[in-house]
Write a protein that binds this ligand. Structure first.
Ligand code: MP5
Length: 209
């Protein structure tokens, strides 16, 4: 199976993951401050959980995938620093509890540690691909958010996502893990949608988290 087929097989789920009114508001400059603050603080927590997941996935990766995963790990650690810097500049407090949606995403990543490598690498590809498409949909972005749109729409990030796609495809070629990988893909799609929704609904309730 080619993982790109998953996007075609589940267009509704994928659209929910990669398009959202929050991203339209980032493009138009109509985003409520509470939504952006909630997204930033919760995504910082998510990225910290992702770093743990990726380091464990790297530990069981085949030799051929070590370069892309090791590169990704270094990038994710640097990204945590970038979040901290941006939060400081925007006056956003990062010390906030995990929202139930962020906690559900972390639990899913932890559960993947007990799944096949193929399911894990497919999930990683899906969540990175979702961010690439989601932020592309917000491009070029209102000046207030342009740096965030730029962060996930660089050619380097697209190359990283392509590298993960290649790794996922070869993991799926060599085993009979397609069904579990597809299930992981669908869970990622749902969690990504929930994550946008969590931040967006913060603008309606006015809370941070
Ligand atoms: C990513 C992210 C992409 N930052 N947040 C969510 C909820 N999903 C995916 O990960 P990265 O490391 O920022 O590219």
């Amino acid at each position: 199976m080619d993982v790109l087929e998953l996007l075609e097989r589940h267009p509704g789920a994928w659209r929910g993951a990669s398009r959202h009114p929050l991203l339209d508001a980032v493009r138009e400059g109509t985003l409520a401050t509470g939504a952006f603050e909630t997204w930033l603080a919760q995504d910082h927590l998510f990225v910290a959980d992702l770093l743990v997941f990726q380091s464990r996935l790297l530990a069981r990766a085949p030799r051929s995938d070590q370069a892309v995963l090791a590169g990704g790990l270094v990038a994710v650690e640097a990204e945590l620093g970038w979040f901290e810097e941006k939060a400081g500049e925007c006056g956003i407090k990062l010390e906030t509890p995990r929202h139930p949606t962020t906690a559900a995403y972390r639990d899913f990543l932890i559960a993947l540690e007990h799944e096949s490598y193929a399911a894990g690498i497919t999930a990683l590809w899906a969540l990175e691909r979702a961010y690439l498409e989601a932020w592309r949909s917000a491009a070029p972005g209102h000046p207030d958010y342009r740096e965030f749109v730029g962060h996930w729409t660089t050619p380097e990030f697209a190359d990283y996502v392509a590298g993960l796609e290649k790794a996922a495809n070869s993991a799926l070629d060599s085993g009979s893990e397609a069904e579990r990988a597809e299930a992981a893909f669908l869970e990622v799609a749902q969690l990504e949608r929930d994550f946008w929704e969590m931040a967006f609904s913060a603008s309606r309730t006015g809370g941070n988290g």
